[in-house]
Design a binder for this molecule. Structure first.
Ligand code: G4P
Length: 292
């Protein structure tokens, strides 16, 4: 792959500065922070600045979109977060699966705070939580499902910022919606790639064919069986990823005049199908890889 395709991405420092300000502004008003991660990329969808920003405020990690992530990998990530003493909950905010465990877990995490409130004669004091995460991880969907009022508009574009608002979710608990936490830049280009695969970074930032080729490179290594199954291709271990894209284009009848495979159309289709879950449950951040 040419070096020009491996370039790093500089991304929206202005947005991150605003988020940083808002987190600092609202942090004293909340009892805990809910960090929404995408279970397909639990590491890459973390904001590296968050820990420093929230200090020792209790945190609950929501591994969202579990319905699209590799179940075995999700179990490994849960164990990993627990080892770091984080409270972690695998959920699917589209269907609501797993969310019934949220309030019990939150009460467990905030037991010392709740106990203190009771001792001060303020047992009924509202518990307030700040919801943070990078764009598209499912923050609005989580708030919608929890508040059951459909008041948080679910945005379908990455990087949409909104005013901060409080949502009552019953039982004396309120959620604060904040704009997505963004990276000032990706130090590791692989993180940028993964966020683009899942649709958290706008496609316009990248060349679509380059992106598809990079996704194929990852899948060829870890999920070759899915490619075989979906696109009915085999014996591609020795193919270069761009050759694989050409084969997929041909298989799908995406041929330009002169018999040239239409790799741009194939790239759009591949990314759509990946994002739509048609390639199965796939986790792109692997613990063994990161640790090894
Ligand atoms: P954000 O506030 O963090 O930016 O994310 P948001 O809730 O807007 O969710 C982004 C997209 O992810 C939405 O899809 C939403 O439906 C989807 N989503 C959220 N949680 C889950 C989940 O657990 N599983 C799955 N499969 N999808 C989830 P969209 O295409 O933008 O909108 P739509 O499909 O709801 O119309």
């Amino acid at each position: 792959m040419p070096d020009s395709l491996k370039q790093n991405v500089q991304w929206f420092p202005g947005h991150m500065a605003k988020t940083r300000r808002q987190i600092k502004e609202f942090l004293p008003q909340v009892d805990a922070v809910v960090e929404v991660l995408d279970a397909r990329v639990p590491e890459s969808s973390r904001n590296p600045e968050l820990s420093e920003l929230i200090g020792n405020k209790p945190r609950i990690v929501l591994l969202n979109k579990c319905d699209m992530a590799d179940t075995v990998a999700t179990q490994r990530w849960i164990a990993h977060f627990k080892k770091e003493s984080a409270a972690v909950l695998p959920v699917d905010c589209k269907s609501g699966k797993g969310l019934n465990h949220f309030i019990p877990l939150m009460k467990e995490v905030l037991q010392p705070v709740i106990q203190k409130n009771i001792e001060r004669g303020m047992g009924g004091k509202t518990i307030r939580l700040m919801v943070v995460g990078i764009p598209n991880t499912g923050k609005s969907s989580f708030i919608n499902k929890m508040s059951k009022r459909n008041r948080a508009a679910v945005a379908d574009k990455a990087g949409v910022t909104r005013q901060s608002r409080w949502f009552v979710i019953g039982n004396g608990i309120e959620l604060l919606d904040t704009p997505g936490v963004l990276w000032p830049k990706f130090d590791d280009p692989k993180v940028g790639d993964k966020l683009a695969f899942i649709g958290s970074v706008k496609d316009t930032v990248f060349d679509i064919e380059t992106l598809a080729v990079r996704l194929l490179e990852v899948m060829q290594k870890d999920y070759a069986d899915r490619l075989m199954e979906r696109y009915k291709i085999s014996d591609f271990e020795d193919d270069m990823p761009w050759e694989l894209l050409e084969r997929i284009a041909k298989k799908r009848g995406m041929i330009q005049r002169g018999g040239v495979p239409d790799t741009e159309r194939a790239a759009v289709m591949l990314l759509d199908e990946y994002r739509g879950g048609k390639l199965g449950k796939i986790t792109l951040d692997s613990l063994e890889q990161e640790n090894g």
